[in-house]
Design a protein around this ligand. Structure first.
Ligand SMILES: [Zn+2]
Ligand SMILES: [Zn+2]
Length: 391
């Protein structure tokens, strides 16, 4: 089959690779019909996530059809149209039983890196380096899904392919970001990053009772989408001082909930010197992540407020303002998405019409054009929010 392979930093190629086969009794093989890019792929492509190997297939947000299944798969049938949550749960361990699927004890068959770096091993993720299990990703004609009964979900009739594909990753990640904010009616929620996950966090914040949502970015069409589609007010960090603006908009208090939908490759809007410092340290591998957004959220959040982090971090941060966080009594919530917990509820929201993620799909391209698709996505060219490949 054809698949998009990572061959080194900024080196993506569509290649011929062997078809996946059933390896375990709970596996399913999915024929991929749509597979989306995700901001977190850019960390892999840029070489910020260690343990990538030449030939690894990337991609983790996808929709397809069950074409083969192992003998212990009971909930699915051949021909089912399904989405698969990007982070793999086994469905049986202590964490999966507590609906903390991204903390699964059993789905990462290569635990050594994480155990050494993080103290514990977390869940495997499709197409996301050998630290996260070494699973082949979804930018391919077929993909093997382990523990298919736990991770695949049949798409209801009333939900289109273009809506469903994002229930794999962007929608549940954004929804969980809002959920972790413990939003109360009347709250002001600020969301850093108006990409796919940020947009879904904004919509979800309103569904959970937020009175005002403020989206922060610098890309004009993303700010426009945040206003038009997600109903948010917006701030362009290349034009205004975010701290001053947020405090002015909240009567000097600061937002109740601050959501990070950016992660480790943040551009600093606050200070050019801080940005240079972080880029330099990151380039020299003295710091793995650029935490500009995180620092700014701690400054801006109201005293006693909540920070919810779904932008991906991989390693170590520098100059983390712990004093501000502690003395302001901030609550930190964070994590990779536990999508399996939310999928049913999200399909209901989509069917009712109070959430429509299809507008995230701005470009639908052939798989053969995937390297160019990622270039456009990275450069945020042509009003690109998310490119989706159709093998
Ligand atoms: Zn993702
Ligand atoms: Zn598990």
């Amino acid at each position: 089959m054809r698949a998009l392979c990572w061959n080194g930093v900024n080196d993506l190629r569509v290649e011929r690779v062997p078809d996946p086969t059933i390896l375990g009794p709970q596996d399913a093989i999915i024929k991929v019909s749509l597979s989306s890019v995700c901001g977190s792929d850019l960390h892999l492509i840029g070489g910020y996530v260690p343990t990538m190997r030449a030939g690894d297939i990337i991609g983790h947000e996808f929709l397809g059809e069950v074409v083969e299944k192992g003998p212990e798969v009971t909930r699915l049938n051949r021909g089912d149209r399904v989405i698969t949550v990007s982070i793999i749960g086994c469905g049986k361990c202590w964490h999966c039983e507590h609906e903390e699927f991204s903390l699964c004890d059993n789905s990462n068959p290569q635990p050594a890196f994480e155990e050494a770096a993080y103290g514990h091993c977390t869940a495997g993720i499709f197409g996301y380096s050998h630290a996260f299990g070494g699973y082949a990703g979804s930018h391919a004609e077929y993909i093997r899904v382990p523990f298919a009964d736990t991770n695949c979900f049949r798409v209801p009739e009333g939900v289109t392919d273009e809506q469903a594909v994002f229930v794999s990753d962007a929608v549940p990640t954004g929804y969980m970001a809002a959920d972790m904010g413990n939003i109360k009616p009347g709250d002001v929620v600020a969301v850093w990053g108006c990409g796919g996950v940020g947009q879904m966090a904004m919509k979800s914040a309103f569904l959970m009772g937020a009175e005002r949502v403020i989206g922060i970015d610098r890309v004009p069409d993303r700010l426009r989408a945040a206003q038009m589609k997600a109903g948010a007010e917006t701030l362009d960090y290349s034009r205004v001082d975010i701290y001053d603006a947020l405090l002015a908009m909240t009567g000097g208090r600061g937002p109740d909930v601050c959501i990070d939908a950016v992660g480790m490759e943040a551009d600093s809007g606050a200070s050019a010197i801080e940005d240079l410092y972080d880029r330099g340290k990151q380039a020299l591998r003295l710091e793995s992540d650029r935490p500009a957004v995180l620092r700014q959220m701690i400054q801006c959040c109201r005293k006693g407020g909540t920070l919810s982090i779904v932008g991906v971090y991989g390693g170590l941060l520098d100059k983390f303002p712990m004093g501000a966080a502690m003395n302001k009594a901030l609550t930190f919530r964070m994590g990779q998405q536990h999508g399996q917990r939310y999928v049913k509820r999200l399909f209901e929201h989509i069917e009712k019409g109070d959430l429509d993620p299809a507008y995230l799909l701005t470009h639908k391209w052939a798989l053969d054009d995937a390297p160019q698709g990622y270039r456009m996505f990275k450069e945020k060219a042509d009003d690109c929010m998310r490119v989706v490949f159709a093998p």
